[in-house]
Design a protein around this ligand. Sequence first.
Ligand SMILES: Cc1cc2nc3c(=O)[nH]c(=O)nc-3n(C[C@H](O)[C@H](O)[C@H](O)COP(=O)(O)OP(=O)(O)OC[C@H]3O[C@@H](n4cnc5c(N)ncnc54)[C@H](O)[C@@H]3O)c2cc1C
Length: 411
Amino acid sequence: MEDVDVVIIGAGSAGLSAAKVLRNAGLNFRLLEAMDRIGGRAWTSDAHFGVPFDIGCAWLHAADRNPYFPEAQVSGWTLHHHDMNIDHLYYRGRKASEAEEAQVKAADAAIAALMESHSGDDDRLGALLAKGRSSRAAATFSGPMDFGSDEDEISIADFKAAADLDPNYFTWEGYGALVARFGADVPVELSTPVKRIHWDGPGVACETERGTLQARAAIVTASPAVLAFEEIAFSPALPDAHMTAFFDLPMGMLTKLPLEIRGTRLGLKPFDDLLVERVARHDIYFLCFPFDLDLMVGFIGGDFAWEMSAAGEAAGIDFAVDRLCELFGNDSRRHVGRAMMTDWGAERYVRGAYAAARPGRAEARSILAQPVADRIYFAGEHLAGPLIQTCGGARLSGEQVARQVVGQLQR
Ligand SMILES: Cc1cc2nc3c(=O)[nH]c(=O)nc-3n(C[C@H](O)[C@H](O)[C@H](O)COP(=O)(O)OP(=O)(O)OC[C@H]3O[C@@H](n4cnc5c(N)ncnc54)[C@H](O)[C@@H]3O)c2cc1C
């Protein structure tokens, strides 16, 4: 492999945007991707339901700051404004009363105020939340469903630093398809996992099965879990602070359980949000019939989602279908068609949904924002400032780090 100015590892949202900045600055680069496609966690596929379905990211969060949003608008993408509200709340099989729904909304505001007023040491988010049933329903969205982690595994400081992601938009064509289109003109070496990065010489040498690539600097966009598992090894080892930071940013989990529902809408409207709270914390959220498609998309998050990965797809689908039967009667089972379960935990080159700092360890993100020896830079959703965990944030992180690299190399 010929030598270049910069090697970028990973052709997800962050890697693709970094490549474009380097190209515009006139630097030459190689973008190496382990998978056989670009997009990483942004991936739209019609293989399951015959219509575009986002296996990974789906909502264009923070549309007013998300560079993908104006591009989708200009391209005539079909967009639907969808800020999440709980339209239907169930406690196990029982529909919550109006008073209970009002309590949840009040709890939502109370949690926001608690967060705002919190000062002092970092702690578990769970320690901040009252244990009442209504506040737990409100916290389900912010914890397992949004952060991909249970409240006891979330750092208050990390949670507070994340922006409110409204306004949110959903797209019929698929967020993954939007990212794939964004990256279509970027040259990428697919199916080329980087095994090791040597940085004992003047620049970096990236070992792959197809050869070793020499560059002046590397931008590494793999998730912190991929790095903690040493899918990419470093010679010499990275400083302890960086290795500890990978460990302190474990991946949360969000799992989708889309069910095709034929011949009925179960009294629900397109884009309704339905939440089922269960005593054992096995909560499930359904996005109902987006774009009036025959789909109810179940979501489970946090520890429960990791447990479901171990239980397997059949158990996941059974769980989602059983919940529908609990709410709408056993007859609803006969309306269920195709179904699947996403499993990002099993994806070797991602290993989870997105990163969330351990309680007390929120500074892990700023540690990873520091380059190593002015030649190894990290970028991705985990380093996206207030837009952490989002695809738009990953893109902004890739751009920002690439500008830093340009500044360093053109010095
Ligand atoms: C189920 C789910 C739902 C989500 N929902 C939303 C949503 O609605 N809205 C939203 O904004 N975000 C959402 N996200 C998060 C969003 O998808 C991610 O934040 C974003 O796509 C991450 O981009 P990235 O470039 O940082 O990382 P990635 O997309 O993971 O890209 C990193 C790339 O590095 C590659 N790589 C790893 N190791 C190596 C190696 N050794 N050699 C070469 N390449 C390697 C990987 O294959 C991958 O392609 C969701 C994520 C999941 C999993």
